[in-house]
Design a protein around this ligand. Structure first.
Ligand code: ASP
Length: 311
């Protein structure tokens, strides 16, 4: 018997590859993705759980101002920050989520606390914040989430009624040495979204899903489409009911169903034997993975030869 297989896949959002992207910025994104992979892999390498690994990787990205989750979240139509996050354990189908939260430093940690310390799956708004504070999850002043870059993106669109998909939502999926799968997604949502709008990232089955029998999935993109298609669960169901591989199921969900409905976005996934997928129908999806050998791979561009590297 060889060493038990592990795999960790992360994303840092899907969307338009901005012309304003500079080589320095690209390097910063690669470095941040790489750091999240190393932190999550460290958990898996030491025999830790997939759940711990995805939480650790997502925490790392939430703390980085480059991403639209935690620290670098986008602004709502009325100039506030409202975040959603969800986590799921494939071993027992336990799940936790928080949505419409404004002061929780790491929403994914609060989502996990909901899963482990309440009889509920989802808490929103002030109730979620009060619970998180009581559970010892770090609370910060909303000014912590302010970044110049997101403020500027909002200035360009704030007088319009529509939302904009900004690259930067984060997610992670993992397979641990014990054969357990887990998934986590965290976001500030869509730029200029309406006050009180909740997206797919906080919705189990849309933005996140994990089942040891099939796969673990984290979504990113135009959330309303992922909610209407129940995309994360759909990929698992396509594997379970139609016997598709992870790759085939992801193709069907993103490149056919999502495409036909006019939605944009991507998913990352890992199956129970450690196959991974990173599929998107946008210009790009920031992404990366690391398997048992510990060799990390990160990508910010749209194909394998362009703007990607292994370390
Ligand atoms: N899916 C997220 C939402 O709709 C946004 C994103 O992934 O960028 O809130």
């Amino acid at each position: 018997m060889g060493h038990p297989r592990t795999a960790l896949v992360i994303h840092g959002g899907a969307g338009r590859y901005k012309s304003g992207m500079t080589p320095e910025k690209e390097r910063a994104f690669h470095a941040a993705l790489n750091e999240a992979l190393l932190q999550g892999h460290q958990v898996l390498r030491l025999g830790g759980s997939a759940l711990d690994a995805v939480e650790r990787a997502v925490n790392s990205l939430e703390d980085c101002p480059l991403f639209n989750a935690g620290r670098g979240s986008v602004f709502t139509h009325n100039g506030k920050i409202e975040m959603d996050a969800a986590i799921m354990d494939g071993k027992n189908l336990c799940a936790g989520s928080v949505a419409f939260v404004t002061s929780i430093k790491n929403p994914i940690t609060a989502a996990r606390a909901v899963m482990e310390r309440t009889e509920h799956v989802m808490l929103v708004g002030p109730g979620a914040e009060e619970f998180a504070r009581d559970a010892g999850v770090t609370i910060v002043d909303p000014s912590y989430f302010f970044t110049e870059a997101r403020w500027e993106s909002w200035q360009k669109i704030k007088n319009q009624e529509h939302t904009e998909l900004n690259l930067g939502t984060v997610g992670a999926v993992a397979l641990d040495q014990h054969g357990n799968l887990a998934a986590a997604t965290s976001t500030g949502g869509m730029n200029n979204k309406k006050f009180g709008r909740i997206g797919d990232s906080g919705i189990v089955g849309a933005g996140v899903y994990a089942n040891n029998r099939t796969c673990a999935i984290s979504s990113t993109g135009h959330g309303e489409y992922f909610m209407r298609l129940c995309s994360a669960y759909d990929i698992s169901a396509l594997m379970e009911y139609r016997g598709l591989s992870l790759e085939e199921a992801a193709q069907e969900a993103i490149n056919r169903k999502m495409h036909d409905l006019g939605g944009t976005g991507g998913i990352i996934g890992v199956d129970r034997v450690g196959n991974v997928t990173m599929d998107f129908n946008t210009d790009t999806m920031f992404r990366g993975y690391v398997k048992t050998d510990g060799v990390t791979w990160t990508g910010v561009g749209d194909d394998v030869t362009h703007k990607e590297f292994r370390t």
